[in-house]
Write a protein that binds this ligand. Structure first.
Ligand SMILES: NC(=O)c1ccc[n+]([C@@H]2O[C@H](COP(=O)([O-])OP(=O)(O)OC[C@H]3O[C@@H](n4cnc5c(N)ncnc54)[C@H](OP(=O)(O)O)[C@@H]3O)[C@@H](O)[C@H]2O)c1
Length: 309
């Protein structure tokens, strides 16, 4: 099969479209024939070697990329009973030592998979697993209940967009820090919209006197976003090296998303009932993965880039 692989971290020139062995499913595992897989910022970090440097990925002589899985069940391992061959599924590949999803096939534990949404093509469904599970698990980490306040930085992006929609569903009032181009779209979901990170602490405190109860920092602003948090509030950092220290009695939690097929199935229903919005910016064939990486690296992409094997 064809896979995007990297031998040593670096620029986009380290991306290689190679012939690799088709993986075999083990016990309670499923092989998925990939129809689409998103390109996420984590793939840029993995490609550049930053995950290995940060101790999040073991050193390997060659590794794959791609976390988001959308495709059809192709083969079942011994004891795998939740799906049948041909089922359309989505899932999260969170085992970084296993093969990546920017490939023709991937093998996942069946517990990492969920039935695909029925209302959208698999190309769109590929934008759900990583970003929506991250958003959902990040809100869990805040411990916020209905009526509390949450600052979401990076609200124009993948994780931020789902965070706003899921927080609204839980009755949490959000302040969205997004890009000016998205102000109208964001104000349809968030209680307040801010479009500049300059003096963010004061800007948010003018809207929420005393500061917000929690921050989910999808723009990776660190201490700049922490200034909007009231004393004893919770800060969820998504990129460990940029987590601010806990000060003024705040709690700082570093999130690492994990696969959860059961919860992903619930999120899928929220796509089908219109609660969650999927946004595909561009599609690229695997053979043009370098261009896709360059485009995402430039920033300013509205919606997710999706790779098609
Ligand atoms: N730890 C985990 O489990 C986990 C899981 C998923 C993601 N992540 C990380 O979380 C971060 C967000 O992921 P994502 O997929 O949502 O990324 P994304 O789609 O690129 O979204 C980030 C957004 O932040 C915006 N942004 C950056 N600086 C800003 C600023 N100063 N003011 C306003 N907006 C700003 C970006 O806008 P522009 O594009 O216009 O610059 C972009 O819209 C990434 O660093 C990712 O690696 C961590």
């Amino acid at each position: 099969m064809k896979s995007i692989i990297v031998h040593a971290g670096g620029g986009t020139d380290v991306l290689e479209l190679a012939e690799t062995p088709t993986p075999e499913p083990g016990a309670q595992q499923v092989r998925v024939q990939i129809v689409a897989s998103s390109l996420n910022p984590i793939d840029l970090s993995a490609r550049a070697g930053r995950l290995t440097a940060a101790g999040l990925q073991p050193p390997m002589s060659r590794y794959g990329l791609g976390w988001d899985v959308a495709g059809h069940v192709d083969a079942l391992g011994p004891g795998a009973t939740r799906f049948r061959a041909g089922d359309p599924v989505i899932g999260l590949r969170d085992l970084l030592f296993a093969g990546g999803a920017h490939a023709d096939y991937v093998v996942l534990d069946e517990s990492a998979l969920a039935p695909a949404p029925t209302s959208v093509p698999l190309t769109d469904a590929a934008t759900l697993p990583l970003n929506a599970l991250t958003a959902d698990q990040a809100i869990d980490l805040t411990g916020l209940e209905s009526g509390r306040t949450l600052l979401v930085t990076g609200a124009s992006g993948g994780v931020g967009g789902f965070t706003l929609e899921l927080a609204r569903l839980r009755g949490i009032r959000t302040v969205a820090l997004g890009r000016p181009r998205d102000a109208d779209r964001l104000s349809a979901v968030a209680a307040h919209v801010v479009t500049s990170a300059d003096d963010l602490g004061h800007a948010v405190r003018r809207l929420v006197p005393g500061g917000v109860d929690a921050v989910i920092d999808a723009a990776v602003l660190g201490i700049v976003a922490h200034q909007a948090l009231h004393s004893s509030g919770t800060f969820v950092a998504l990129v460990a090296p940029f987590a601010p220290p806990p000060i003024r009695g705040t709690r700082v939690v570093v999130q690492e998303v994990f696969a959860d097929g059961a919860r992903l199935a619930e999120l899928t229903k929220l796509v089908d009932d219109g609660t969650l919005t999927l946004r595909v910016a561009h599609t690229f064939p695997l053979a043009r993965a370098r261009e896709a990486h360059e485009l995402l690296e430039k920033g300013g992409v509205s919606g997710r880039i999706v790779l098609i094997p």
